[in-house]
Design a protein around this ligand. Sequence first.
Ligand SMILES: Cc1cc2nc3c(=O)[nH]c(=O)nc-3n(C[C@H](O)[C@H](O)[C@H](O)COP(=O)(O)OP(=O)(O)OC[C@H]3O[C@@H](n4cnc5c(N)ncnc54)[C@H](O)[C@@H]3O)c2cc1C
Length: 529
Amino acid sequence: MSIIHTLPLFFTFLLLSQAQPPSGAPSPSPSSGARSPSPPSDTPSPSPRSSTVCIIGAGIGGSSVAHFLREYTPHSSDFPTKILVFERRTTVGGRMATITIAGDTFEAGASILHPKNFHAVNYTKLLDLKVKPPSSESNSIGIWNGERFVFKTVKIGSDIPLVNQLLKLPLIDYIVSNLVSLVNSVLLFFRYGFSLLKMQSFVESAVNRFLKFYEVPGSRPVFETVDEMLKWAGLYNLTTRTLQDELTDVGMSPLLINELVTVITRINYGQSVLMSGLAGAVSLAGSGGGLWAIEGGNWQMAAGLINQSDAELHLHEEIISIANLGDYYELSSTKGKSYSCEVAVVATPLDELNIQFTPPVSVPKRKLQHTHTTFVRGSLNPVYFGFSRATKIPELVGTLEDPNIPFSSISVLKKHNEKESTFKIFSRQPMADTLLDKIFSARNETIRIDWAAYPHYKPPEIFAPFILDGQHLYYVNAFENAASTMETSAVAAENIARLIASRYFGKVIAYPSNKATASSQAVDAHLDL
Ligand SMILES: Cc1cc2nc3c(=O)[nH]c(=O)nc-3n(C[C@H](O)[C@H](O)[C@H](O)COP(=O)(O)OP(=O)(O)OC[C@H]3O[C@@H](n4cnc5c(N)ncnc54)[C@H](O)[C@@H]3O)c2cc1C
């Protein structure tokens, strides 16, 4: 979720450099460590193999594996690869899902993409999807300590309906928005000072290192472990320490860490600044400028990729067991069917699943952070926040780390009229009706979703293997301990596709000479956003 609309000019300005597309493709750099890099040629193995690749999970991870497999082992007489995708639900997308409230569609899970999420940018271009700014009408932010707002930006709006109408006129809106943004920049600067700049450079440095994952395959190794992958990009150390320690080391003030940074990590990952430095940096990057989403829902990326990859999609079919039978894997499903696959890819977190592996596989124990997302169509109760009128309440209420505060954030997704808006609440525990009745003075619709959302980050992170059995059973979500986003799933999936291409097909991946690099394509696409 983004807080960009709430962060005024100063902060947005700080994050602007990060929001711009690069002026060209990141230059390839020599590989270090990891596996030997692929030479710049496209050499099939002497004895090409026909095969079936089975993918469990139709989220962005599974659909990206299908997409990159087709790219790296094109359908041909040399590689007659069949791809089967299994999805236990009736729809694709996984944690990319939408809900409809009062005729409007909102993201219920993964909502925002960063301008440098280049795989996602490429997908939108490839699939001809329309992009838009993330849905939100949260233009002011308040930091709530359970009793009062310790910080509040200035809010545009009035209690007088006529004035509100005037404020919506384009020229007035433009002038007022810029003025308010300027005032808020000053307010933020007075509270947090130059620490804001330190935060900016911390995030920028992590984002720039992440860009190495878009270098052309010829100059980028294929990684057999997450550890190698992160070490190669210079990101591994950030997974060994807390965000708090990392930010303290760069000289950031405790006030900024305990307030604004905490608000952001609670919104984006439901966790405190004790999460790992890398997941924290990703979280902070998700509060910057230029954020975007796909009109109609981000899930369309998964749908389009599966479609384009000519994969056979098995909806509403849960895989319950995977047995290694020597030359192939046998997958059994809840429909009582079994499938033989030479390669199997698990593209879903294994932590709360009960897939039976024969022989058993070992992954480090990992706790998932549950995020309760509650949508309410109604109006907030000003008294709960110590005000006499609801218009005084900031449009995004972020919270400090205090076990007595029952929610992480409340934000306005859409104002339907003066009396009614749709709100999105993130909390670590379910929001009981009795609690909601205190926070809201009217509730016309309430929808609750309990997400097994992302790993509970606890540095030093221990990573599960990408290759679960030393053979051809792969695990995309091993990478989620680094950070959990749509783009990181796509980045991990691309590496898995390369692992399959090289380890199973014996195919060395270099970038086809008739194609632009991934990042230069992405730049083109970004310009269209
Ligand atoms: C509330 C929330 C907000 C978020 N906000 C953002 C955001 O703003 N930006 C961002 O980039 N990321 C965000 N994320 C994180 C992002 O959603 C995930 O990192 C990403 O979508 C993971 O994709 P995936 O394909 O790896 O896994 P999933 O999306 O979980 O896909 C796995 C799929 O596998 C299926 N499956 C599971 N078991 C089986 C089985 N046995 N057989 C068949 N199918 C099976 C599942 O039903 C699911 O569809 C958010 C997540 C949540 C929950």
